[in-house]
Unconditional design. Structure first.
Length: 429
């Protein structure tokens, strides 16, 4: 797991955003979440420390981070005492009896065992949509979602170049297996936020026996098994968002970028940390992709569009490839940015109903349905899945503008795509 760094006045970056978010959720910070540790953040930290019997120095070190963490994961633990009831516990933590029962499915409300531990969900959504997503934030939010919704399964599909886990989430018990993925490309990390929010909304709807996008969450849960890898390329994402800002891997990326001065660093970075484009690594016309990208000048490790020296050389791409081969997916969705377009086809392969499904996705999202441009039409995950399994697979290019897209677009992007994410669960092989 990533390590919290000590923050103080003058600190900047995504960890400061996380601290500001935690302080805001705890009721001590009213400023803008901007990733800049200034006077207002320091004052909020001091008030938080005073309230929690910590040294009020305005420096967020190990003990302050430990105390602040529940405001990032969205839950805390409670040891049951004599006389406790679920009502009293829920009032103490501003939670609800229903949320506590969901998080602790094996408890007997009428016979709480003194000394046993309960996970207590706090009164806010776990997944933030207003700060930069990093591999560290992903770990914390997954921890929080698992605590709130223990019917979610979380495991690891593989490791990145730097050894970071490629987490996957599985939700649902149905026979129909479905796969979504995000952040193949580093500067498209907003797709991780989209998928994480969907996981939380879906889990909450199922737990509350309610609907998501006018569809019964229980029915979806019972008919489909959804697998999601929300962050395929954690090293690259951390480079773009600023969590990775020093050390040998950072310096190597900086050196790679220097060979391509026309691509801004780090915002233009799409590749894994070794400079290999993870969505140009699949064995579906890889040689053709190599010819195209070499002709465009991407002949060595680069911030984007370098296909590598062989298919599946990048450990992230190989992990997704192997993850797919072990399962029987009826449909896959790969989330990218940008363009508000749905790419549905690879060469002349026409999986049954694939175009009709794409049109349905277009109808619920307002996105255009198009064939992939030839210069980008090879060696992608979608291409390999269609070629190998002859089943529907789609690349969803969310939002509009220059990646990384600003979080000010998030609500629009999510509202456009919630229908696609729900409808994808209804497609059968």
């Amino acid at each position: 797991m990533a390590v919290f760094e000590t923050l103080r006045t003058g600190s900047r970056g995504p960890l400061v955003e996380m601290a500001q978010l935690g302080l805001q959720r705890a009721g001590f910070y009213q400023g803008n979440i901007d990733g800049v540790f200034g006077r207002i953040t320091a004052e909020a930290a001091r008030r938080f420390q005073q309230s929690n019997n910590l040294t009020p120095d305005g420096v967020i070190g190990p003990r302050t981070w430990e105390t602040l963490t529940p405001w990032l994961t969205g839950f805390r633990y409670h040891i049951i005492r004599q006389g406790d009831t679920l009502y009293r516990i829920s009032q103490r933590y501003d939670s609800s009896i229903t949320a506590i029962e969901t998080a602790n499915p094996n408890i007997d409300p009428m016979n709480l065992r003194v000394g046993s531990r309960l996970a207590i969900p706090l009164d806010f959504n776990v997944v933030p949509t207003n700060i930069s997503f990093t591999s560290f934030l992903l770990e914390l939010t997954l921890q929080g979602l698992k605590a709130r919704y223990p019917f979610i399964n979380i495991s690891v599909a593989g490791r990145s170049v730097m050894g970071k886990p490629l987490y996957y989430v599985q939700i649902g018990s149905g026979n129909n297996q479905v796969f979504y993925n995000g952040s193949h490309h580093a500067n498209e990390w907003i797709t991780t936020t989209v998928l994480m929010k969907f996981i939380e909304d879906y889990a909450k709807a199922y737990a509350n026996d309610s609907e998501i996008f006018n569809t019964s969450a229980e029915e979806l849960f019972n008919t489909a098994s959804l697998y999601i890898i929300p962050m395929v390329n954690p090293d690259g994402v951390d480079l773009v968002t600023g969590l990775l800002n020093s050390g040998s891997f950072y310096n190597d990326a900086l050196s790679i970028s220097a060979d391509y001065p026309g691509i801004p660093f780090p915002n233009g970075w799409k590749a894994n940390i070794n400079g290999i484009d993870t969505n140009l690594q699949y064995p579906a016309g890889w040689e053709t992709a190599r010819e195209i990208k070499f002709a465009q000048g991407f002949v060595s490790p680069a911030p984007r569009d370098f296909v590598g020296n062989a298919p599946l050389e990048a450990p992230e791409s190989r992990a997704v490839y192997e993850f797919t081969r072990l399962r029987n997916f009826s449909i896959t969705l790969s989330y990218h940015t940008q363009g508000e377009v749905i790419f549905w086809k690879y060469l002349d392969y026409l999986p049954e109903n694939s175009f009709e499904i794409a049109q349905q996705f277009g109808d619920v999202s307002g996105y255009l349905v198009e064939e992939t441009p030839s210069e980008s039409g090879y060696a992608g995950y979608k291409d390999w899945f269609i070629m190998t399994y002859n089943r529907p697979s789609y690349t969803i290019e969310a939002g509009k503008g220059v990646s990384p897209l600003p979080l000010s677009q998030f609500n629009e992007i999510y509202n456009d795509n919630i229908g696609i994410l729900v409808l994808g669960l209804t497609v059968t092989a």
